[in-house]
Design a protein around this ligand. Structure first.
Ligand code: PLP
Length: 427
């Protein structure tokens, strides 16, 4: 045993010493541990060794880095709130009736709310506001008519080319002609649903899921089948398979990367299984990828679309979480349904503001915006941890909705969660 300890790399010896001190209570939750420089001096080891030791402790969940402050002991996993246990959904088609609760939430949003939990909107300080304003000034100086012009479906060709180029990062190779620019991911999802179904049709989706997915199904007079979904492993594919065998399902609408509200990123194998399962039943997948760019991982997660061989997957994206929610700019990519989607877009909206599309094109073209995405993901992760306790206290003291109780922030509670998100359940 002793021999094994001496044989282990230096960084591991440093890390294990600190781990032991934390376990024995020498450092308690919230305590700051020595700075990298101090520990390197105290132990007479290099900075790189201490850094490696701290990364190891961070990976094991003992400590966390706080921006511009140092490393702190974090709450041990066993003391965290338990992962929420959702009631198993009834996996049979039912009409959606969530409008009232959503309207309540939206109206509360207008009042003097302490913390807005109605929608997942990035803090203003996280967004590239100055760059956006500079881009608007430049664009309107170069072409004053831009602010009064409109762009017809399928949208600005240069922006569609950029979206196609960026798809490589998600393991895909979109063609610009298969991309339609939309008013946010919300319009993209609505267009997809309309392209594949009609009132009365059955759409399968995760349970729980982002509330507007259900709103879209409800507004189109369709019925939803809820597929039980775990906050670590995603949707239950066995239940989905059973549903596909027993009901005439028109489509599946799901969030594969950084699920809202559960936070998981579906592993690649499961993305492939999902795509293959749906393809066997000839059921299109509407993949909502609005938060895919915000994953904490060094590499952007792949899209389920990257496993699609039949052209059955439609991808909905948007700039709402990375560049600006107020742009109201999204897109949908589809090979099989592109012309139908584009036509539907033309009928319902005729055109979109050209300035928004030009502005997004300038943003998404710039490398520093990609850095902004990564910074945004990183700071979201840190902010989530610090905000979770504060939000929970506010909710405990002043429940905003008597019928609701806040259960947990999955980003802070589930080790595997990939974005911070709040789960609310009904009493
Ligand atoms: C998972 C998910 N999909 C779609 C949307 C809506 O996106 P947009 O604002 O681009 O319409 C949101 C917004 O919060 C979301 O969280």
């Amino acid at each position: 045993m002793k021999k094994q300890k001496i044989d282990s790399p230096l960084y591991l010896q440093v890390a294990r010493n600190l781990e032991n001190q934390i376990q024995q209570g020498a450092f308690r939750t919230g305590d700051q541990i020595p700075s990298v420089r101090d520990l390197s001096r105290q132990r007479r080891v290099s900075i790189a060794t201490v850094l490696q030791a701290y990364f190891w402790l961070e990976n094991k969940g003992w400590i966390e880095a706080r921006p511009k402050s140092g490393f702190y002991v974090r709450t041990p996993a066993q003391n965290l709130n338990p992962v929420p246990a959702f009631r198993p959904a009834r996996a049979r088609p039912t009409p959606v009736t969530t409008s009232d609760i959503v309207v309540d939430l939206m109206q509360a949003h207008r009042g003097p709310v302490k913390v807005s939990l109605g929608t997942a909107v990035p803090g203003h300080d996280r967004l590239p506001t100055h760059q956006l304003n500079a881009i608007i000034r430049r664009l309107t100086r170069e072409d004053p008519n831009l602010s009064i012009s409109h762009e017809h479906a399928p949208g600005d060709p240069a922006l569609r080319r950029q979206i196609a180029r960026r798809s490589v990062m998600a393991g895909c190779n979109f063609l610009p002609q298969d991309v339609t620019i939309t008013c946010g991911a919300t319009e993209a999802m609505n267009l997809c649903l309309r392209a594949i179904g009609k009132p009365g049709d059955v759409i399968a989706t995760e349970s729980p899921t982002y509330f507007n997915v259900l709103q879209a199904i409800e507004s189109l007079g369709m019925n939803a089948v809820e597929i039980p979904t775990d906050c670590r492993t995603g949707m239950d594919l066995d239940v989905l398979e059973n549903v596909l065998k027993t009901h005439r399902v028109r489509g599946y609408i799901g969030i594969t990367n950084c699920h809202n509200p559960l936070g998981y990123v579906l592993p690649d194998d499961k993305k492939r299984e999902l795509v293959e399962l749906l393809a066997r039943h000839e059921v299109p997948l509407i993949e909502d990828d609005i938060c895919g760019d915000l994953a904490y991982s060094a590499q952007r997660p792949r899209l389920a679309k990257s496993f699609d061989r039949e052209g059955l997957v439609m991808v909905c994206g948007s700039f709402s979480k990375t560049v600006s929610p107020g742009l109201r700019l999204g897109w949908v990519h589809s090979e099989r349904y592109q012309s139908k989607i584009s036509r539907l877009k033309m009928i319902t909206r005729i055109s979109s503001p050209r300035l928004s599309e030009a502005r997004s094109r300038c943003c998404s073209n710039r490398e520093d915006m990609i850095v902004t995405y990564a910074g945004c993901a990183c700071s979201l992760s840190n902010r989530c941890k610090h905000s979770a306790r504060r939000y929970r206290n506010i909710f405990r003291r002043e429940p905003a909705f008597p019928g609701l109780r806040a259960v947990t922030f999955s980003g802070s509670n589930c080790r595997n969660a990939s974005t911070p998100s709040l789960c609310i359940t009904r009493r």
